[in-house]
Design a protein around this ligand. Structure first.
Ligand SMILES: [Zn+2]
Length: 257
């Protein structure tokens, strides 16, 4: 049951969430003072049986591992396959993959031309998107600004975490750290009722899968195989889905011109 998996994630973060963030801080926050410790699972804090957990599931990219997507981390493109964070085998293969399977089935089995997502299922989609957001924040600290081939490469920045390079957050690593904490705190909260109107779905006939994400703000997916597009605001709350959809479409227009 997917409810059990979300519950386990909340429990693990309540027990070890601080330990995980403190570890990231010691090892990926201050380039002049990295502790150089071994990795931990980003979801339960164990250092045993570590695997690579992809930030975005492969089915979001029509199962093509070479597909690129863009994040605003430093304006560089990233392939799906290289975008992973450490997670133990249990969290990766039992907990998170169960959640992903549930969401993938939900999308596949819902035809938006004559159906809609049930209330509780919409809240589960929100819970899933919050996990993705958290993974981006963890990745952001683990990624280094290493683009030697690029003319943009500045040697002094070679070990600086990308979070520090994020111009859109006023270059403050402290703000990135606060956002990481916030993204974990969201997952720890069971109640998502007030978030319901911040998620919108609509039917789409686009032939290409699309994706964009702005840290701590919003996330957008377009899935051609499910004829569906989806937008979620991580921070904003709305009076109705209609208001959220209107604002989401304005952002999409701005993004794609
Ligand atoms: Zn784990």
């Amino acid at each position: 049951m997917v409810d059990e998996k979300f519950k386990l994630l909340r429990k693990n973060f309540k027990q070890n969430g601080k330990l995980i963030i403190d570890h990231i801080k010691r090892n990926h926050f201050d380039p002049w003072n990295f502790a150089g410790e071994d990795d931990l699972c980003s979801f339960c804090g164990t250092d045993k049986d570590l695997t690579k957990e992809h930030v975005l599931p492969k089915w979001c990219f029509e199962n093509d591992p070479e597909r690129f997507f863009e994040t605003v981390i430093n304006g560089s493109k990233q392939t799906f396959i290289k975008t992973a964070i450490p997670a133990c085998s249990k969290c990766n293969n039992e907990t998170l993959s169960e959640v992903e399977k549930h969401i993938n089935n939900l999308f596949r089995d819902t035809d938006l031309s004559n159906d809609y997502y049930e209330y509780e299922e919409s809240l589960n989609v929100i819970r899933w998107l919050e996990i993705i957001e958290y993974k981006f924040h963890v990745l952001n600290f683990r990624r280094k600004f290493r683009r030697k081939q690029s003319t943009d490469f500045i040697p002094i920045f070679r070990d600086v975490p990308m979070s520090v390079m994020r111009l859109n957050i006023e270059l403050s690593p402290y703000k990135a750290m606060a956002q990481l904490r916030k993204s974990q705190a969201r997952i720890k909260r069971q109640d998502k009722e007030s978030r319901y109107f911040s998620l919108v779905f609509w039917r789409s006939k686009n032939k290409q899968s699309l994706f964009f994400h702005t840290m701590d703000e919003h996330i957008f997916f377009e899935f051609p195989e499910y004829q569906m597009a989806m937008f979620y605001f991580f921070n904003k709350e709305f009076e109705s889905n209609y208001d959220a959809e209107k604002e989401a479409k304005e952002i999409i227009m701005k993004n794609y011109g």
